[in-house]
Design a protein around this ligand. Structure first.
Ligand code: UTP
Length: 286
């Protein structure tokens, strides 16, 4: 199935990363050489998406500037013999069409998704939570798009997490359908550890059918007084089947100082240019 549109929610306050995020968006913090949000945009492009909808908010204009042309900078780089860098800067602005919708109040992830309703319209779409970095994301999403096409239903990415951290995630009660594929019978946002229906946690990639918007419109504020996407999906799951795909491969969290640091190190160690030097440096430190 060809999915034309992707939504990237990037309107949150990023409180777990303060004060670094006081005057710059969390999504613009670097991960190796590029801002966090660029990973999601590139993954969307690799999935064949034609329009990326970024949900943004007050004080986050630097994301728009990042994906815009920068003629003066390109000219400067070319004049100074840095044509390759100029080419890379141009590539970032030419990757894909991007439009921005503003979430005027940070009422939660579910509300942020709802903000994109009129731009998405009545077609399935991919949802990216940009803090979550999937090195093999396009492979995972292509499988999820196939499942969405086969069952004409929404599909969430899930991964088994240790019991001690299950209360940090949305968690599903699974019914096995085929290897690595479950029906999500119930979905609970950040359950108490004793009450978690499983250890299958929802990670930041979704292929959603447009009826999620109506479900979200009917969803009242839940945990943290926020309109939770998980609660909207729970409502949807009671009306029709919602699937959860247990993806293979890694997923990193760039949303807090500690996990951003871990993600940076993990990605750098995988990088052919940075990896060997970093490994040697870490060896000296330890
Ligand atoms: P988080 O739970 O990570 O919230 O949101 P946050 O505001 O980014 O960070 P903390 O928890 O305060 O540190 C998950 C995703 O949902 C988006 C965020 O930008 C992030 O991509 N989001 C969250 C919104 O777009 N709007 C909201 O009202 C809440």
């Amino acid at each position: 199935m060809h999915i034309r549109k992707a939504v990237i929610t990037a309107a949150g306050w990023g409180t777990r990363f303060l004060p670094a995020t006081k005057s710059q968006p969390k999504e613009m913090l670097p991960l190796l050489g590029k801002p966090i949000i660029q990973y999601s945009v590139e993954e969307a492009v690799a999935c064949g998406v034609e329009l990326v909808v970024i949900v943004t908010a007050l004080g986050k204009r630097s994301m728009e500037d990042h994906f815009d042309r920068a003629f003066e900078l390109e000219h400067f780089l070319e004049q100074h013999g840095k044509g390759k860098l100029a080419e890379e800067i141009r590539r970032v602005s030419n990757m894909v069409d991007i439009c921005y919708v503003r979430q005027k109040e940070q009422l939660g992830l579910g509300h942020a998704v709802l903000t994109a309703k009129n731009v998405v319209g009545s077609e399935p779409f991919i949802l990216f939570l940009p803090d979550d970095i999937f090195p093999d994301g396009a492979t995972t999403l292509k499988k999820m798009m196939d499942i969405c096409a086969r069952y004409e239903s929404s599909v969430l990415a899930v991964k088994e997490v240790p019991e001690e951290v299950v209360d940090r995630y949305g968690v599903i009660k699974p019914r096995k359908v085929e290897p690595r594929l479950y029906q999500a019978m119930e979905l609970v946002e950040k359950p108490d550890r004793e009450e978690a229906p499983s250890r299958l946690a929802i990670m930041g990639r979704y292929v959603l059918t447009p009826d999620i918007f109506r479900a979200l419109e009917l969803t009242r504020p839940g945990r943290g007084q926020e309109i939770q996407l998980t609660d909207g999906l729970q409502r949807l799951a009671h009306e029709r089947t919602v699937y959860a795909y247990e993806f293979e491969g890694e997923r990193y969290d760039a949303g807090t100082l500690k996990t951003w640091l871990e993600t940076t190190i993990a990605l750098a160690l995988r990088d052919p240019e940075l990896g060997p030097g970093l490994r040697e440096y870490l060896g000296k430190l330890l």
